[in-house]
Design a protein around this ligand. Structure first.
Ligand code: SF4
Length: 334
């Protein structure tokens, strides 16, 4: 099974409950960024630039827990910055387990060893390692030699101890498909439970010309079409159709709301127009119609999973055919 049954059941129950309550907009995945500090300065990341600019403090443990309760989302992605630098990480993840949340703990892998050694694997916890290519490419994007080797070593350790492990890969203008194929084969051979892939988002704060236009992304994903049947991808088939240009979608920016040390980010994980002090205020005061492809020029090339996977869920709940396709897909490993 691609996602654990418990995760699917939680998401489905949460989705149905909200629909029955007549809520039009509700989050599925909370993007929790307890710290913006990082031990790397990757090419396509805007958080490290944001932290250098704003020198934000870490969220307290209480603020993290309050954010999880406020949003009510059944899935929490703990990201950053590098979450392994957050001093209360083990307590935070432990509390999220007790709150019966499904947690994706994102890491660049360099500092993951103590967590892997000290934390007990749990079915609701997935360690998610970021890898953008094989050694030379990944170390180049991360700006630090040895990053790839260490991440691979810690993936092996995490799998060896029994953790659920996934990976996340951003695709850039210069990403080489033969290299990506070798990367996914390496990860599959290591026994990872799933792999996520998405075109990188062209953050305004990242000046370099490294990002794909929408047309270029569609072309690349069409070329990768056979990957989706060979490797254990976690991208839903509806989102993959969208990536290949075979389906149009409007994003669901409230599906993955972001809480970080500066507040609740509006409108989405990718664009920041302002921060709100509470989740409810962010949901009520954001003018959602102003965003999305065709509405805001910054959205022109966006095809990122944090913007569109929630749309896949919405599509599935409004079309029995799509729902069936999603259910069958989840039963298969790849
Ligand atoms: S299309 Fe725009 S509003 Fe929607 S997720 Fe992407 S950047 Fe955010």
């Amino acid at each position: 099974m691609r996602f654990p049954l418990a995760l699917y059941s939680s998401l489905t129950a949460f989705f149905m409950r909200n629909l029955l309550q007549g809520r039009r907009r509700f989050p599925l995945v909370l993007m929790l960024e307890p710290t913006h500090r990082c031990n790397l300065a990757c090419a396509g990341c805007d958080r490290i630039r944001l932290h250098n600019h704003a020198q934000s403090e870490d969220l307290t443990l209480d603020e993290c827990i309050a954010a999880v309760k406020e949003s009510g989302a059944p899935v929490v992605t703990v990201t950053g910055g590098e979450p392994m630098l957050y001093p209360h990480l083990k307590t935070l993840v432990g509390e999220l387990m007790e709150m019966k949340r499904h947690v994706y703990l994102c890491t660049n892998g360099l500092l993951a060893e103590p967590f892997i050694e000290e934390f007990t694997p749990q079915p609701r916890l997935t360690l998610n390692f970021h890898l953008d290519g094989l050694e030379i490419t990944h170390d180049g994007i991360a700006n630090k030699p040895g990053t790839f080797k260490k991440a691979i070593e810690n993936i092996g350790k995490a799998k060896g101890k029994g953790f659920r492990v996934s990976t996340n890969t951003s695709v850039y203008k210069n990403s080489d498909l033969t290299e990506l194929e070798k990367l996914f084969q390496t990860l599959t051979d290591l026994g990872v439970d799933g792999t996520l892939i998405s075109p990188a988002f062209s953050y305004e704060s990242v000046g370099d010309d490294i990002f794909l236009s929408r047309e270029e992304a569609v072309e690349k994903f069409r070329e990768m079409k056979d990957f989706f049947g060979r490797f254990p991808f976690l991208n839903s088939p509806l989102y993959v159709d969208f990536l290949k240009g075979e389906r149009s979608m409007r994003c669901t920016p409230w599906g993955n709301p972001t809480r970080n040390p500066l507040g609740w980010k509006s409108p989405c994980y990718l664009i920041t127009d302002r921060y709100y002090p509470s989740f409810n205020e962010m949901m009520e005061k954001t003018d959602w119609e102003r965003y999305g492809t065709g509405a805001d020029p910054r959205c022109r090339n966006c095809m990122v999973h944090s913007g569109y996977e929630a749309t896949s869920m919405r599509c599935a709940f409004s079309s029995p055919r799509d729902l069936l396709r999603l259910l069958v897909w989840n039963l298969k490993k790849n």
